[in-house]
Write a protein that binds this ligand. Structure first.
Ligand SMILES: *[C@@H]1O[C@H](CO)[C@@H](O)[C@H](O)[C@H]1NC(C)=O
Ligand SMILES: *[C@@H]1O[C@H](CO)[C@@H](O)[C@H](O)[C@H]1NC(C)=O
Ligand SMILES: *[C@@H]1O[C@H](CO)[C@@H](O)[C@H](O)[C@H]1NC(C)=O
Length: 402
């Protein structure tokens, strides 16, 4: 086996040496790159694609100003496939070629001022994961020219500027994670209609009204948390996100009443809209979230009774309604509270411990509060044995607050 590999390497060496001189051109404009040839002297690569990538890596390496884990210590020599963080595979357009198909820099703690000229020049890349580094700058428009890139994770870095619009032109993309960066401005609405499975944009500085069309039916995870999204949760939410498993909207400035359409999110396991400015009652339709396990509306301006059907939803392990203005809790909800699943601290529920001072509740209800579509708050868009069409669901109408 060793011998075979050795012979193979010799053949490759002869092949590369005989073709590499003059054969290497810039993938940007097709002109020969003298620098590349000089740097390649003495090195033999198992594929010409790697010989083109080699100087890109070395140039990028020279821009890295901090490498506490000595990752780049392994970025030497012609065996790029064994560099830490680089993974080779056959590109889709030539099954006998070898190229860098995937990069995983997760947790490498590298510092570099930009990924331009590196990431955007790796034409065969399918995955780029660079969570938890100190990369900064903006994202090059050239990134749209990477035909195979389907997972882009640059989370927990120092990228800034407005949303990289070039991402909209990446046709293969299905996974986008740009959370924990310093992006500002607004996200173009087209991003939410891209054919993505996963979209994480939380913990940036995006400031914008939440788009009316929020995604497509393929999206599974959507996290917009810890930005400054404002406006209502769109009524179209379930139309476009019916397959959604997890939606995190917490710590934004979302306002207005909850749309009853939330109850149509049939696949949702985690729904978190904590710490916003949402108001109105809880729609009964939430009881139809059959798969719900974690639901958080804590820290909003919600009021009225907590509908019993909501406490009976899904397979709840954590229903957090603390820091609102709820005034009433039925027996099912009280049972949930006893089990430690429901948190209703800091509301206005008479007789329960840890509630707001009466004065605070009175001040809140002194203002007239109103939601449009009030009749929808009692719709149950699903069949629930103990709640559908029974006298109980009629008697459960939320009392008008004071
Ligand atoms: C970094 O790694 C390289 C290759 O493994 C090694 O030769 C070098 O001594 C290391 N440098 C430090 C400072 O540890
Ligand atoms: C495929 O890649 C191999 C190895 O780099 C190369 O020798 C061959 O010419 C390529 N085939 C085509 C059709 O480009
Ligand atoms: C329940 O969810 C709330 C809000 O997300 C969180 O603060 C709390 O720690 C969770 N409780 C448990 C027991 O996990």
């Amino acid at each position: 086996m060793q011998t075979i590999i050795f012979i193979f390497k010799i053949i490759i060496f002869v092949f590369v040496v005989s073709t590499s001189h003059g054969g290497i051109t810039s993938i940007i404009d097709g002109t020969p790159l003298k620098v590349i040839k000089d740097e390649l002297d003495g090195l033999a690569f198992i594929d010409q694609r790697l010989s083109i990538i080699y100087p890109l890596i070395q140039t990028f390496k020279n821009t890295i100003s901090s490498d506490p884990l000595n990752i780049t210590g392994s970025w030497v020599g012609s065996d790029i496939c064994s560099y830490r963080g680089f993974y080779c595979d056959n590109p889709p357009d030539n099954k006998t070629a070898t190229t860098i198909a995937s990069i995983d820099f997760n947790g490498f703690q590298l510092t570099a001022p930009s990924l331009d000229g590196f990431l955007d020049q790796l034409p065969d890349l399918a995955l780029f994961h660079a969570n938890s580094n100190f990369f900064s700058g903006t994202i090059s428009p050239n990134i749209a020219n990477l035909p195979y890139l389907y997972e882009l994770d640059i989370s927990n870095n120092l990228f800034s500027g407005s949303f990289p619009n070039s991402i909209l032109g990446m046709n293969s993309l299905s996974f986008l994670d740009i959370r924990f960066n310093l992006f500002t401005g607004s996200i173009p609405p087209q991003l939410f209609t891209k054919d993505l499975d996963i979209l994480f944009v939380n913990n940036n500085n995006f400031i914008q009204k939440l788009a009316d069309v929020l995604g497509n039916s393929h999206i599974l995870y959507l996290t917009l948390a810890n930005n400054r999204f404002y406006g209502p949760i769109p009524r179209t939410i379930a139309k476009y996100l019916s397959g959604l498993s997890e939606i995190l909207l917490l710590n934004n400035m979302l306002s207005e009443c909850l749309p009853y359409e939330l109850g149509l999110l049939r696949e949702t396991v985690v729904f978190d809209a904590g710490n916003n400015l949402l108001t109105g009652p809880l729609p009964f339709s939430l009881g139809c979230l059959k798969k719900a396990e974690v639901v958080n509306f804590a820290g909003n301006l919600l009021y009225g009774m907590v509908p019993e059907v909501v406490c009976a939803m899904g397979r709840l392990v954590n229903l957090s309604l603390s820091d609102n203005y709820f005034i009433q809790l039925g027996p099912i909800c009280r049972g949930l509270m006893m089990k430690g699943v429901l948190d209703v601290r800091n509301n206005c529920i008479p007789g329960l411990p840890s509630q707001r001072p009466v004065r605070e509740c009175a001040a809140f209800f002194a203002n007239r509060r109103y939601c449009s579509y009030m009749q929808t708050y009692h719709y149950l868009p699903c069949w629930l044995p103990h709640f559908s069409d029974s006298p109980m669901s009629l008697s459960e109408l939320a009392p008008s607050p004071f």
